[in-house]
Ligand binder design. Structure first.
Ligand code: CA
Length: 234
């Protein structure tokens, strides 16, 4: 079993390397994010122990980039702060587990064994409509090479639509998917969010991905809404 340890503090890095080597793991170490990504490209690891507090590219960035490169290796994040926001950010960014510093080596080893037993996570398929991409694993939206920042609700709406391309979804159906029971299905909440979404995924690109179907609801175009080339005049 091969483990990559990413930690900038030399003492902690050596301690982890020694402890894991004694457990029988083959251990490679990286002192920063770029080095970690280079090693992850060069070799296949069974797990990564990733410190969040790294200079430059931090542990969150490293994890997100690993996932974007299609690496599904289990990641155990080491976080210095016991802040819920940090843990959530780590898990949302594709980490599989986390441990708050200071931690006991026994616990680290136990969690690592559990992660390796589970193996790489099943990755949900990336959803496409033309050059519009939605990645459920990282909850990111991209158009071509451009990453688009969307809110949680906008993401949820777009996911509901892109999972049923070409189908008309009523406002009631979208509310059912994306809002809680307290939201009145007669509110214009859907329209407001669709407008915000169009301002992000369509307007800057000159596309019409989300179509309004009058009296019915909304429909997402399979082709991602690329404008068709202008009709030739005979
Ligand atoms: Ca550190």
């Amino acid at each position: 079993m091969r483990v990559l340890v990413v930690e900038d503090e030399p003492k902690m890095r050596m301690l982890l390397r020694r402890a894991l080597t004694e457990e029988g793991y083959a251990v490679d170490v990286a002192a920063d994010g770029p080095q970690a990504l280079a090693l992850a490209d060069a070799a296949t690891f069974d797990a990564v122990v990733l410190d969040v507090m790294l200079p430059g590219l931090d542990g969150f960035d490293v994890c997100t980039r690993l996932r974007r490169r299609g690496k599904r290796v289990p990641v155990l994040m080491l976080t210095a702060r016991d802040a819920i926001a940090d843990r959530v950010r780590g898990l949302d960014g594709g980490a599989d587990d986390y441990l708050t510093k200071p931690f006991s080596l026994e616990e680290l080893l136990a969690r690592l064994r559990a992660l390796i037993r589970r193996g790489p996570a099943e990755r949900p398929a990336v959803l496409h409509a033309g050059d519009l991409r939605l990645d459920p694993a990282t909850r990111t939206v991209t158009r071509g090479e451009t990453e688009i920042t969307v809110t949680g609700k906008e993401y949820a709406l777009l996911e509901a639509l892109i999972r049923r391309p070409g189908n008309v979804l009523t406002r009631e159906r979208l509310i059912e998917h994306c809002w809680d029971l307290a939201t009145s299905p007669y509110s214009n909440v859907v329209d407001a969010h669709i407008k915000a979404l169009r301002d992000k995924i369509d307007r800057p690109f000159g596309t019409t991905t989300i179509e309004t179907v009058r009296g019915a609801g909304y429909r997402l175009r399979r082709d991602g809404g690329r404008p068709t080339s202008p009709a030739r005049t005979p």
